[in-house]
Ligand binder design. Structure first.
Ligand code: AMP
Ligand code: MG
Length: 398
């Protein structure tokens, strides 16, 4: 059976980023940049003060100890002209450094009296001056394609005068849940029925990943019904189905996709949970057939769909971040499939501790509740013992 690593590589070879579009900077949060962005000007645009204080020439004050106050430079309205030798200018944070000055002495370090300013402490030339272009210079590449635009990046681009950016399109993801036993939330389940919780789980997870979700109606376990909804779902940038992808008599997803021209990438991967997962394309649209069991659907989303979405959305960092943690309980190894365990991370003395959930069953929805990470237990691995250091895949930052 295919390994997780080979399956993931196949996905990443198949999928490429969606087209780019121009958006206003204010709408770019969480998107991946599609082009280099260069600074439109120097930042700061002029030498200016980092403190409220007095601008002066360091050599002057060293000689005289006290200077005449020539005027004021404030943010938005600088001191006009050159400051004569032996004089100083009162200056506010962010105000342009007047010509003739090279240093700012903070208000805390001066005595101001009768139109003169005396300095209490030794002064070093250049103190508290922010120089033109010291942060970035006109034409400098500030951010590169694939960069995730978070608040810090957005602030930087605004400071550089970038009002519009080219970003990759947000993936539109169709979500098709299958199963005769499923009822919509709000409908009281009859005998043998359960609520379609996968729809809510995956839709939430997709939104957390910045995708636009296109929920489809529940497909009954009949080819005709399934086919109609699959055709609708294939209009999206990516289609996810859940359920109906194992070996049962009513598992019709694979066959129905094949009748629509599926190019199968893989079906079944040597992992637990999530073995029956399917991946392929129908024309250009990537399709994931996730197992119906909630924890298996959630795990395969994390292991396969998330990297695919990151690639589609144009991000440079596709793989889940990892961190090291101390295992708090012993975990049995030796399986014939790579195991992924949900767990919680807690912090102690600057170290993370990973506690596997005691509900790992693929049918459970509680195993992943509050989980922040997945622990991989490789095929044939010896037992992992309590106290051992392990590497976990992060879902949420703890
Ligand atoms: P299947 O993969 O279709 O054989 O489903 C496996 C298990 O997952 C069964 O117990 C289903 O009832 C359950 N299941 C399938 N789809 C969903 C869903 N959308 N929400 C919650 N449970 C589901
Ligand atoms: Mg089913």
């Amino acid at each position: 059976m295919l390994s997780y690593e080979d399956a993931l590589n196949m996905i990443l070879r198949t999928i490429s980023p969606l087209p780019a579009e121009d958006v206003l900077l204010a709408e770019a949060l969480g998107r991946a940049l599609a082009d280099d962005v260069t600074a439109g000007w120097d930042m700061p645009p002029a030498d200016n003060s980092a403190m409220d204080g007095f601008a002066l020439a360091a050599d002057d004050i060293a000689l005289q100890g006290e200077l005449k106050i020539a005027g004021l430079s404030r943010a938005g309205a600088g001191f006009a002209g050159k400051v004569p030798p032996g004089e100083a200018v009162k200056i506010m944070t962010g105000a342009p450094l007047p010509a003739g000055c090279d240093t700012v002495v903070p208000l805390e370090d001066v005595v101001e009296e009768g139109g003169r300013v005396g300095v209490q402490k030794p002064v070093r030339k250049g103190d508290h001056v922010r120089y033109r272009g010291e942060e970035f210079q006109k034409g400098e590449v500030l951010l590169q394609p694939g960069c995730n635009l978070r608040a810090g990046e957005i602030g930087l681009l605004a400071a550089a005068g970038v009002a519009q950016v080219s970003v990759y399109r947000r993936p539109r993801v169709a979500l098709l849940t299958t199963g005769d036993e499923l009822v919509d939330l709000g409908v009281c389940p009859g005998p043998g029925q359960i609520v379609n919780s996968n729809l809510y789980l995956l839709s939430a997870r997709l939104q957390e990943e910045g995708c636009t979700v296109l929920p489809l109606a529940i497909a009954a376990d009949r080819s005709g019904d399934l086919r109609e909804l699959l055709v609708l779902g294939l209009e999206a940038d990516l289609l996810i189905t859940t359920g109906g992808v194992s070996m049962g008599d009513y598992d019709l997803v694979k066959g129905t996709l094949e009748s629509l021209g599926l190019r199968l990438g893989f079906w079944k991967v040597a992992i637990k949970p999530g073995k029956p997962v399917l991946f392929g394309t129908v024309e250009k649209t990537p399709v994931f057939g996730l197992p119906g069991n909630p924890a298996a659907a959630a795990a395969t989303f994390q292991l396969f769909v998330r990297p695919a979405l990151r690639r589609l959305a144009g991000f440079r960092d596709i793989h889940a971040p990892r961190c090291r943690a101390t295992l708090t309980t012993t975990v049995r190894g030796g399986g014939s499939r790579q195991m992924f365990l949900w767990g919680r991370l807690s912090e102690e003395d600057g170290h993370y501790r990973f506690t596997p959930s005691n509900r790992q069953g693929s049918g459970q929805t509680r195993g992943m509740q509050q989980a922040q990470a997945l622990l991989s237990v490789p095929i044939g691995s010896p037992d992992l013992t309590a106290g051992q250091e392990v590497e976990v895949m992060l879902i949420y930052l703890p």
